[in-house]
Design a protein around this ligand. Structure first.
Ligand code: SAM
Ligand code: DTB
Ligand code: SF4
Length: 336
């Protein structure tokens, strides 16, 4: 690949190729990731999304990481589906604070058609405020996905979470194939796919490689790839599991950027216990999106002031809307 040529998008990555990337010296890996990043994106721009839990807790699924599973013992106030005016108020605040996208999450295995009617009203109202919309509602049928598309939904978030090999240790109430099927429905309806995973759940390096391979070898790369670091919640089976080392987390971001050059890679949950320096390395490795606002779904996130200060220190601007792809810059960012 010449310096100015955009890397081809591939969907046939082998585990060996991905392992070779992981095993590169750190500086070589991050340099390669940043060089590719510059082919498709402004290196100083980050997209910001604000999250809202529109229906909290009492979820029938048994995801071992999640505060909202009825099968876990996390202390959580459960809430019914929020009223439309409350959602509008939160979205207006998010817009005022500078978010470009509003993501609404519900603790469902899948939405009922009646629930979907209410979520569709929310999507229409949030779009009316001038924000992009994303929802994460669990599994979807083809018909439900089409209804969301007709309502104007921009993104659907549905994560693979981990490797197919480790998956059964984390969730037993739905299969990996169920997740792939929902992603296929979303793709078929032409809604932008947001799909990624969680690191720091006690997985091996081979699981990280396998998760990234699954994402990169989907028929189309997800438009958005959230890389979450487990937020450990007391009362969940994964509370107390060994944390992922910061530099290993950065390596995963870099490999995601190299495998999926055109996807927006989101440095997602887990920033509250990451140093500014680790986050800066994640941006250097190709992360170009975050969740913005002091709350994720049920856990804390850095507040807006902190993120504004970090962006100012790094000279980062926030992107106004999606598809902020820029003209390619030189491969290494140098003037030669
Ligand atoms: N119930 C829906 C589902 O699971 O598809 C949507 C909401 S669910 C909370 C959305 C995603 O949040 C999960 O797939 C998982 O990747 C992420 N997540 C949940 N709890 C987390 C935690 N404690 N730390 C990091 N990520 C988490
Ligand atoms: C995603 O990948 N991460 C977000 C969003 N998609 C829905 C959720 C993170 C949840 C963190 C734990 C919580 O706040 O409950
Ligand atoms: Fe339910 Fe989603 Fe939490 Fe799993 S991740 S328990 S499906 S809310």
């Amino acid at each position: 690949m010449s310096k100015h040529q955009k890397p081809e998008l591939r969907n046939d990555w082998s585990k060996q190729e991905i392992t070779t990337l992981f095993d590169l010296p750190f500086n070589d890996l991050v340099f390669q990731a940043q060089s590719i990043h510059r082919q498709y994106f402004d290196p100083n721009e980050v997209q910001v999304s604000t999250l809202l839990s529109i229906k909290t807790g009492a979820c029938p699924e048994d995801c071992g990481y999640c505060s909202q599973s009825a099968k876990n013992d996390a202390q959580l106030e459960r809430e019914r589906l929020l009223a439309l005016d409350e959602v509008i108020q939160k979205a207006e605040t998010a817009k005022k604070n500078g978010a470009s996208r509003f993501c609404m999450g519900a603790a469902w295995r899948n939405p009922t058609d009646k629930n979907l009617d209410k979520v569709i009203d929310m999507i229409i109202a949030v779009k009316g405020i001038g924000l992009e919309t994303c929802v994460t509602l669990g599994m979807l049928s083809n018909e439900q996905t089409q209804r969301l598309k007709d309502a104007g939904l921009d993104y659907y978030n549905h994560n693979l979470d981990t490797s197919p090999e480790y998956y059964g240790d984390i969730i037993t109430t739905r299969t990996y194939q169920d997740r792939l099927d929902t992603l296929e429905h979303v793709r078929n309806a032409n809604i932008n796919v947001c799909s990624g995973g969680i690191l720091g759940m006690g997985e091996k390096k081979s699981d990280r490689i396998s998760l990234l391979q699954q994402l990169a070898n989907l028929p189309q790369h997800p438009d958005s790839v959230p890389i979450n670091k487990l937020v450990q919640v007391e009362g969940t089976p994964l509370h107390g599991v060994d944390d992922i080392e910061a530099l290993d987390f950065v390596r995963c971001i870099a490999v995601a950027r190299i495998l999926m050059p055109k996807s927006v890679v989101r440095l997602s949950a887990g920033r509250s216990d990451m140093s500014d320096e680790t986050q800066a390395l994640c941006f250097l490795a190709g992360a170009n999106s975050i969740f913005y606002g002091d709350r994720l779904l049920t856990t804390d996130n850095p507040d807006e002031n902190h993120d504004q200060q970090l962006f100012a220190k790094l000279g980062i601007n926030t992107a106004v809307a999606e598809h902020y792809e820029t003209e390619p810059q030189s491969g290494c960012g140098c003037s030669s």
